[in-house]
Structure formats: structure tokens, C-alpha cells
Write a new protein. Sequence first.
Length: 302
Amino acid sequence: MRNHKILTIGECMVEMAPREDGAYTRNFAGDSFNTAWYLRHLLPESDQVGYCSAVGTDGLSTSMLSFMEAAGITTQAVRRIPERTVGLYMIELSNGERSFSYWRGESAAKLLAQDRSFLDAAVMDQDLILFSGITLAILSEQHRQQLLDVLAAARVRGTTIAFDPNMRLRLWPDRQTMCDAVMQAARVADVVLPSFDEDGLNYGDASPQATIERYRAVGAGCVVVKNGPERLHAFSQQEGSVVFDPVPVETVVDTTAAGDSFNAGFLSARLHGAAMADALAKGASVSAQVIKSRGALVSVSI
Ligand code: ADP
């Protein structure tokens, strides 16, 4: 079997999660990193999974890189920037409801697309690259364009580009800027993995089918519209429209990383030649396991 090289690009953060005894547990998480972590679990050892980002040179940044390496994720594509550190978020539990506070304004990851030659080297010879709307949101306009140029060039060389719009309005100056940037990114993507609750809200799509059509119109050959417990709607050039109904999860504990782990399940299956219906089933099965436990990174059985 041919070995594959997969890279995801974005920001991994320090997560401080409350424990029952009032103390906090330190974890590492972030949408594109979560997907890398699940891909590493799901793919055979012979496939390489790497992460592309930027961190500082301080102890916390080094601990994050050690965590990635220990998980089997390569970190050659993580730049180290001495005057910066990693972003952090804290989870607060109040009457069972989770709320999040972020410290990421000056995080190193905001500079991940600063160095064109570093990016060019990072994306070289990859079979699959995934990035997201959060990856774009943290970059300056100039760096965002630079990243999209590098990905467009990689696509021309044969790399499959996957993009999850992951629309987080509070990370953007306004909705229009976010919507425009997401469509610009979709233009360099082969596979787009939106969530209907976000895309319906932000673009006014009347149905998951309308979401598919909007991304097809800018050149995506494969679109998968996630919709929580509802039916998955997908399209691929080879197989046309395909739908899949996730098996309902009775007791949802924590939906963190539902979409990120779905992406990993779906992409790992497609990378190894699965038909759309089987890849959707794999994504749904992985995310169904993830939402039954607390936290972003949950051990799943394949
Ligand atoms: P996101 O986290 O990006 O908003 P979704 O909430 O749409 O993503 O969930 C991603 C996937 O997780 C869904 O397509 C589905 O397969 C699975 N999922 C989410 N919620 C449930 C649920 N209550 N029951 C079963 N599967 C679910």
C-alpha cells in the first residue's frame, strides 16, 4: 500500500479544563490539530500526519510540541518564534453549561503564514492538506492571501486540499469579511466540509443542497454538509449526490470536536479509496464516539 502524507494547518492552543475538585487539567486542542490527532489514530502507521503552525520557544510551547510528537504527529512544519508564545483558553462550568475565555491575541500561530519559503517547504509532497476558517481568521489579510497562494500552487502539483469553513464570527472584523474569506478559500479547495448551522446562518442557504451548490459553483469537486444529528448531505463529482443518516446518540456528553473528528473519519476513508457512503459512515461513527465523552481528544475504536 502506498504511504500517504497528510498535513493540517492552524492553531493549537493550551486548554485549561475544570476538574470536579476545583483544579484544572491542562490539555492541548484546536480544530485543525484535533483533526490531525484523529487522523493519526485512524490511519495506518505507514501514513505520515504532520501539523503546520507556529509556537514560541518557551517551555509551554515546547511541551505542546512534545505532546504532538508523542501522539505521532510530525512537527517539522511548526515554526518557532522566540518573542511569542501559544494561545490559551479556559473552560468555565456554570450549572452544567460550558463557557470559554480566550487569550490568543498575540499567539505565535497568528504568524504561521508569515514566511513564504517555510510554507512552501511545509506543503511540499503532501497528498492531503486540511485547513479551516479558523486558520484564516487568525491571519492578517496579507498572510491569508499568501497561505491561499501556497495552497493553490500545491493543488496544481496534485495535493488534495480540504477546507472546513468553521465560521467563528467573533474572530473576524465583521460577517461580510468572514463570508468573503471563506468563499475565497473554497476556491482553492477540492473538498469542502461545512456545517449547515453555520453556513445556513451566514449565507442564508435555504437547505444543505443550497450549501453544496454554492461551493460547487466555485470549483469544489466534493462537498460534505454536516448537520449535527441530522442527515449528512454530500456530493462528489464521481458519485453525485449521496446522503447518510447518522445513528442517533442518546446521551450526548460534549459536542466539542464533533466536526473535527468527523472530518478525520471521512478524509481517512477517502484517502484509502472508500466510496462516499462508506466515508460518511466512518466520519459519523468516529464523531458519534467523540460526543459520548468529555473533551476534544477522545480515544476512538476504528
Ligand atoms: P460541528 O462540530 O462542525 O458543528 P456537527 O455538530 O454538525 O459539526 O457534527 C458533526 C457530526 O457529528 C455530524 O455530521 C454527525 O455525524 C455527528 N453528530 C453530531 N451530533 C450528533 C448527535 N446528536 N447524534 C449523532 N451524531 C451526531
